[in-house]
Ligand binder design. Structure first.
Ligand code: NAD
Length: 298
């Protein structure tokens, strides 16, 4: 299968490599020469432009930062968009995390050109991208989902069809809004326990096996030293950045306003992460949100 992969950043780079290593005829392109150079060194064929990358491609995959990048790429920004250069029958898989309204807008523009398009945002972070164990949440027609599935399986371990165009994005923001809220809640409970002199490991284990048990306690404890191989025990490096969480909580709030859905805790979580980012923690893993809740060590 001839594939063009656009956006070779922290996520797109390893995802493209997994497809390449699975034997697909893949050409990559990124606006950043640094990203292109890094992937070329890993053995990926790199095009000199977007149009060169997509020439003759049956499938185009994009992994870009935000809504505006996706809209500019496919619909154009003062010039023709990429949709105008793709032949009928091309399958477009956009894995960027963007507003579901943007995914729907691009899908509507693709339909009259007979270009199949799905939104397929991911969960699982850079570790999942490297290991090929991402979760894909797909929005689009069933037939297009089935066409994409063998490729998604080379990059992910859990592949879900969430519904029509935009549904993948909607499912993703629901999940990440819940994750943001539960990380703050878990951080407060742990900070309260520590302030009461409880051993963080013992308290974490009690809550993990009790009615407060959740994913953060299970796999991503925010207190340094409780778990190995999690960002909190590595100076909050790697993982899922505070600014990425802030972006997703912002998308959730935009959607909540558009659909008139009350999301009180989701809004509060966005504000907590906004303040955390403003305090200089944007690049740290989002579990660092516990730090301002802890007393300074005497
Ligand atoms: P990144 O900034 O590392 O990579 C994005 C790349 O897209 C950049 O290298 C940029 O140069 C390139 N780009 C922008 N416009 C382009 C264009 N028109 N053509 C070609 N390349 C272009 O970001 P990332 O961490 O890889 O994240 C990508 C997406 O995945 C985001 O939407 C993010 O929210 C989502 N996501 C990230 C994570 C994570 O842990 N990093 C986890 C889940 C989802």
């Amino acid at each position: 299968m001839k594939i063009a992969f656009l956006g070779l950043g922290n996520m797109g780079g390893p995802m493209a490599l997994n497809l390449h290593r699975a034997g697909h005829d893949l050409t990559g392109y990124d606006l950043s020469p640094v990203a292109c150079k890094r992937l070329a060194a890993e053995g990926l064929r790199i095009a000199a432009s977007t149009l060169e990358a997509v020439a003759g491609a049956e499938v185009v995959i994009s992994m870009l930062p935000a809504s505006q990048h996706v809209e500019d790429l496919y619909l154009g920004n003062g010039g023709p968009g990429l949709l105008e250069s793709l032949s009928a029958g091309t399958l477009v898989i956009d894995s960027s995390t963007i507003a579901s309204a943007t995914s729907i807008k691009v899908a509507k523009a693709a339909a009259p050109r007979k270009i199949a398009i799905i939104d397929a945002p991911v969960s699982g972070g850079t570790g999942g991208a490297v290991a090929g164990t991402l979760t894909f949440m797909v929005g689009g027609a069933q037939a297009d989902f089935e066409r994409a599935r063998p490729l998604l399986e080379k990059m992910g371990a859990n592949i879900f069809h969430a519904g029509p165009a935009g549904a993948g994005q909607a499912a993703n923001i629901c999940n990440n809004m819940l994750l943001g809220v539960l990380m703050i809640g878990t951080s407060e409970a742990l900070a309260l326990g520590v302030a009461n002199g409880l051993d963080p490991k013992v308290l974490s284990e009690i809550m993990r096996r009790s009615s407060g048990g959740n994913w953060a306690l299970e796999k991503y404890n925010p207190l340094p030293g409780v778990m190995d191989k999690v960002p909190s025990s590595n100076g909050y490096a790697g993982g899922f950045g505070t600014d990425l969480m802030l972006k997703d909580l912002g998308l959730a709030q935009e959607n909540a306003i558009a659909t008139r859905t009350p999301t009180l805790l989701g809004g509060l979580a966005r504000n907590v992460f906004a303040a955390h980012s403003l305090a200089g923690n944007g690049a740290l893993d989002f579990s660092s949100v516990i730090q301002p809740l802890l007393r300074a060590k005497k």
